[in-house]
Structure formats: structure tokens, C-alpha cells
Ligand binder design. Structure first.
Ligand code: C5P
Length: 401
């Protein structure tokens, strides 16, 4: 619990009988040296008083979004930025649904939308409400957005039922919160990740590109940051927010992406190429917009540099990880690529399957290296990214020892 010292914990409490356990959780966090700010929803205040939580946290309790007095003190955006972690305990079915829908209709939901801090929820509700497919779908949605669900425990419930839906005990939750501050296995390591498509100019207004969404690379970058790494994300044009805590370098063409990757190659420990780099670019990019006149237009294309192979051939090469998107003989083609590009590890995915891979939220992959094959997924890309980063870290450690 040493890791909780001076950490800023925003404790959100929603309406449920388990709210009484949150008083103890708050006390345990304070005893471990954390600074705690409490947010109560309207329903939570029916179960536990603001005065109790103020006395235990040593800070005024936050309850209302549109309160001029509170905004003059620590306003809601300031509070969202202040937090190192947001913990919602107990998390009712209602808050889970509202967060899954992206609502911002009270202080707690607004804070959760505004914060960049990791959010964890400890659900507590009647077993039938927990089992309801809508609650399950909402939880899956929150996890795919990178939030963590702790519990619920199984046992007797206040309503007389028995089953899943009990909030975890305060001691267990305090330990789980503390563990999120433990230095990750990639602490001190520098990782460069490429993501998204590249754009190859035809003229000042047109380009050649592809449908890569960048989701896998961005999820990997977030998982690597969460594992303690210092991450440079070299990204082609995508419609995704910058992952928390990464050094984001935006670029357009394969040439620009290569330059950005080579700039830090001497210091890089692990290189992960998740970008869908255009294989060809236009030989002579027109200075002016090409006018339509002839019925036929021929563009001469030339090969782009292979960014991954170039980094892998560098004298101070990092541990190199590539992706192989294949439609047939997936592992065979991936293994060939592993050899040809001189990689340590390749992550193969079968893009002939409609629900996974390119431009989708889920993915399923096979890790291939000298040790053999390891299948992961299908799973949401965020979840898969955490598993991949763990597997990459393990192979990197084996390689270094
Ligand atoms: O050869 P192919 O495009 O299938 O190889 C895929 C792997 O190589 C991916 O990791 C991709 O990011 C990387 N790559 C690259 N530069 C290229 C082409 C592919 O870094 N020009």
C-alpha cells in the first residue's frame, strides 16, 4: 500500500446499500497516504451523508455539477484533471449504463468524460440486475473503452437474494487501487509504435491511402504506457484521440513516418510496427492540381521504404515486432515475413474474417516467433492490446537475458 502515498484518488459513490463500505475504503486510502476527493451522486447521498465522507476524506464533498460555490473552489474540470485515478464504488447499474452511453448529466459522469485518469468501477447491485444482458453489454463497452471492472463478489445480498452483485470489500479494493500504481514491467523502457495508414500525395489535393483505423496501434500505445513504458506513437492520419501519456508524432507519408521512426531509433528498446504503410507512392507528385482532360490517366508508382525492415536492419536495432495481415495461409506467410524482415516477433491476423482486424473494434491474432505460436483473442482491441504488450514484454525480457 506504500504506492498510495500522495496519490490523488477521486472516489465516486453512487446509490446503493454498499455505499457504507465506501466510508471504510476512503479511510483505508487516507491511512495509506492518499489524498481523496469524494463525489456523491444524488442517490448516494440517500445512503451515506456528505458529512461522513467529508470527515473521512478531510476534503469538502462534491455533489453538484452546476454549483457556483463549488465551481469557484475546485471546478469540475479542475477536479477531473487533478485525479490520478477515478474509482467508482459502489457502481450502480445506472452509472454503468450512463457511462457506457457517454452521458454527462451529473457531476460524476461529467468528470468521467473529462478525466484522462484511468477509471475503475466496483459494481454493486441485485444479482438479476447484474446478470441482465444490458448491464453485461454496458460493462463490456466500458472495458473496451479502457475502464476496469473490479468484481462483483458472489454471496448473500442485502435484498435477500444470493448471487453475483456484492461490492468487493474495502480492503480488497484498496489493494487493487494500490496495485495500479505499481511500476509496470516495461518501466524505464522506450517503445516506438507506428499506427494508422499513410497518405501518399498524387497532387496538392489528392492522395492514395487505405482503410486502417489506427485502433490497434493506439490501443497498444495505451497498454504500453499503462505497463510503465515511455511511448512514442508515430501516427498516420486517423480519427482517434491521443492516448494518455504518449509522445504523439503525427505524419502523413511513409517517408515522413520512416524519418520519425529513425529519429529515435538509437534509444528505442522495442519497436512495434502496427501501421498500414502504403507499399507504393507516386513517382512524380504534381505541383498543381491535375486537371481532367484525357480519358485515361496513368500514374507511375514506386516502392515505398519498408519502415520495419529498415529499423530491424539498423546497427542499434531495437527488439522488432511486426504485424502480418493475411487472407490465406496466415501463419506460413507471417513466418516468411518474420524471416525476411529480420524480426524478433510477428503478430499475424486473418483479415479474411469479417468481424475482426482492419477497421473493426475486435481482433484475434497469433504471435509467432522462434518459440512457436500463441493464439490470442478474439477480444476488443483494448483488451487484446494489454495481452499483447504483456506477451511482447515477456519475449523482450527473454531475449535480453
Ligand atoms: O509486408 P507487409 O506490409 O505485409 O508487412 C507488414 C508489417 O510491416 C507491418 O508491421 C507494417 O507496419 C510493416 N511495414 C512497414 N513499412 C512498409 C510496409 C510494412 O513498416 N513499407
Amino acid at each position: 500500500m506504500e504506492t498510495l502515498k500522495h496519490k490523488k484518488i477521486l472516489l465516486g459513490i453512487t446509490g446503493g446499500i454498499a455505499a457504507y463500505k465506501s466510508a471504510d475504503l476512503c479511510r483505508q486510502l487516507k491511512t495509506a497516504g492518499a489524498d481523496v476527493q469524494v463525489v456523491l451522486t444524488t442517490a448516494a447521498a440517500e445512503f451515506i451523508t456528505p458529512l461522513t465522507m467529508q470527515a473521512l476524506s478531510g476534503n469538502p464533498v462534491h455533489q453538484h455539477l452546476l454549483n457556483p460555490e463549488a465551481e469557484a473552489g475546485m471546478g469540475h474540470i479542475e477536479l477531473a484533471k487533478w485525479a490520478d485515478r477515478v474509482i467508482i464504488a459502489p457502481a450502480s447499474a445506472d452509472i454503468i449504463a450512463r457511462l457506457a452511453a457517454g452521458m454527462a448529466n451529473d457531476l460524476l459522469t461529467t468528470l468521467c468524460l473529462a478525466t484522462e485518469a484511468p477509471i475503475a468501477l466496483a459494481p454493486a447491485m441485485n444479482q438479476a440486475m447484474w446478470r441482465d444482458p444490458r448491464t453485461q453489454d454496458n460493462c463490456a463497452r466500458l472495458e473496451s473503452l479502457g475502464m476496469t471492472i473490479w468484481g462483483p463478489g458472489v454471496g448473500d445480498q442485502a435484498c435477500g437474494d444470493s448471487g453475483p452483485g456484492r461490492m468487493l470489500e474495502a480492503t480488497e479494493l484498496a489493494q487493487l487501487i494500490a496495485a495500479t500504481f505499481d511500476k509496470g514491467r516495461l518501466c524505464g523502457k522506450k517503445i516506438t509504435i507506428t499506427a494508422g495508414p499513410t497518405r501518399e500525395a498524387i497532387d496538392p489535393v489528392r492522395y492514395i491511402s487505405n482503410h486502417s483505423s489506427g485502433k490497434m496501434g493506439y490501443a497498444l500505445a495505451q497498454a504500453a504506457v499503462d505497463a510503465g513504458a515511455e511511448v512514442t506513437l508515430v501516427s498516420g492520419p486517423v480519427n482517434l484521440p491521443a492516448p494518455r501519456g504518449v509522445d504523439l508524432r503525427r505524419c502523413d507519408s511513409a517517408d515522413a513516418m520512416l524519418a520519425a521512426c529513425l529519429a529515435g531509433v538509437n534509444e528505442c528498446d522495442i519497436f512495434i510496427a502496427a501501421a498500414a504503410v502504403a507499399d507504393y507512392r507516386v513517382a512524380d507528385v504534381a505541383n498543381q492540381k491535375i486537371k481532367k482532360s484525357a480519358d485515361k490517366l496513368t500514374l507511375e508508382l514506386i516502392r515505398n521504404p519498408d519502415i520495419l525492415a529498415t529499423v530491424a536492419a539498423h546497427p542499434q536495432r531495437p527488439f522488432c515486432v511486426g504485424f502480418a495481415a493475411e487472407t490465406e495461409q496466415v501463419t506460413k506467410h507471417a513466418r516468411d515475413k518474420l524471416q525476411r524482415k529480420g524480426l524478433n516477433l510477428i503478430i499475424a491476423n486473418d483479415v479474411s474474417q469479417p468481424d475482426i482486424g482492419f477497421n473493426s473494434d475486435d481482433n484475434a491474432v497469433t504471435l509467432i516467433d522462434q518459440q512457436g505460436d500463441l493464439a490470442l483473442g478474439p477480444a476488443p482491441k483494448q483488451q487484446l492490446a494489454r495481452q499483447l504488450i504483456d506477451a511482447i514484454a515477456q519475449r523482450y525480457e527473454n531475449n535480453a537475458s
